[in-house]
Design a protein around this ligand. Structure first.
Ligand code: PLP
Length: 355
């Protein structure tokens, strides 16, 4: 993980580019040195919506949803990939490869097209067709692989044995995390430079979770916030829950989840995250937790939430809202807590999973 030599307590918030309404408003805290290398399609600065009806029903003071489905290519993956491709352009790299559950592949294809670079994308056969088509439209080379994202990663590594492509598998390079951390800066800024008591995040490889926590630590070091009250919560599916199991067993790492079940939340089907220790460290340091949800629960929430709030959730977002409901029922979250739920993607690419 990249660390900056931040001068403690002395960096003014004015370093932010207040005239940019995308994640590059935080460019001074990101690793691209020359702004002419930035490859942007308008990622970030997504709305932090107030869930008034759900909050009123449950007696919550402040319940918020970060709507990441509005990012270019329809997910929060745009942040990390914009960052990684921009930095690569700065370093003179022009060929990339990635294993993906769908959204990261779409993002890589788009940003590579914008940067005139090559993208080699490996995705599980069970990925909805729209992701494959999306990548092909943007000129990427797509390989379908039997199995999970782990198998896609192994197939990619075999084809890239001599390293001719820059492998941007989640957390194998430092830059995607830097893009994802901008979610943490945005949440703080959109909340008037305060942080919520709880953030619930759908966890596959975990970059968003780790990235937001990194942002909070940087902000504290720079004196932008006084303290970090936030409990970070990881949500997975019952059919592939290595983080939840590790949390229950008090481990500092995850054990490979054999034969992960297919799920409508494709992004959560990660049998073992490369950054598992960082995920567990974040959960423990923040006093957070990990829990899982079923396919039926996600599906029910998609319909209930659509009718109540007028928001069509991605399956991963539905996992988050479902986990929120469970934590309210168990008393783990109380009405006086300020809670941010992250809807990481657009539902529209998953319509075939709902049919
Ligand atoms: C919509 C969506 N949400 C969540 C995730 C999980 O993200 P991460 O692997 O960064 O934990 C993914 C990953 O593909 C995704 O596409």
């Amino acid at each position: 993980m990249a660390k900056y030599n931040l001068p403690s307590g002395t960096v003014p918030r004015d370093v932010i580019h207040h005239d940019r309404y995308d994640m590059w408003r935080y460019a001074p805290l990101l690793p691209v040195m020359d702004s002419s290398h930035i490859i942007s399609l308008g990622e970030g600065w997504t709305p932090l919506l107030s869930l008034r009806k759900t909050a009123d029903k449950l007696g919550f003071r402040r319940l918020l949803l970060k709507e990441e489905g509005l990012n270019p290519t329809g997910s929060f993956k745009a942040r990390g990939i914009s960052m990684a491709v921009s930095k690569a352009v700065e370093l003179g790299i022009s060929s990339f490869s990635i294993p993906t559950a769908g959204n990261a592949g779409s993002a890589l294809a788009a940003y590579c097209a914008a940067a005139a670079c090559n993208a080699h994308i490996y995705m599980p056969e069970a990925t909805p067709d729209v992701f494959r088509i999306d990548c092909q439209v943007m000129g990427a080379t797509v390989t379908s692989v039997k199995g999970s994202i782990r198998d896609a990663g192994l197939a990619m590594a075999a084809d890239n044995a001599d390293g001719h492509w820059w492998d941007i598998t989640t957390l194998k390079e430092p830059f995607r995390l830097e893009g994802k951390k901008t979610m943490g800066y945005e949440i703080a800024e959109q909340m008037g430079w305060s942080l919520p008591d709880v953030i619930i995040y759908p966890t596959g490889g975990g970059t968003g979770l780790i990235g937001m926590w990194k942002a909070f630590e940087e902000m504290k070091q720079m004196g932008w916030i006084d303290h970090i009250p936030t409990r970070m919560v990881a949500v997975q599916t019952e059919g592939c829950n290595p983080v939840v199991r590790a949390y229950r067993e008090g481990l500092d790492h995850c054990v490979l989840y054999e034969n992960p079940a297919e799920t409508m939340a494709n992004g959560l089907r990660v049998p073992k995250a490369f950054g598992d220790k960082l995920i567990m460290k974040t959960l423990h340091e923040s006093g957070g937790t990990a829990l899982d949800v079923t396919e039926e629960e996600m599906k029910r929430v998609i319909y209930d939430f659509g009718r109540t709030e007028g928001i069509f959730l991605s399956p991963e977002g539905a996992a988050v809202v479902s986990a929120f409901g469970k934590m309210v029922s168990s008393g783990d979250i109380r009405p006086q807590d300020t809670v941010v739920l992250i809807n990481t993607g657009s539902p529209y690419k998953y319509v075939e999973n709902l049919m």
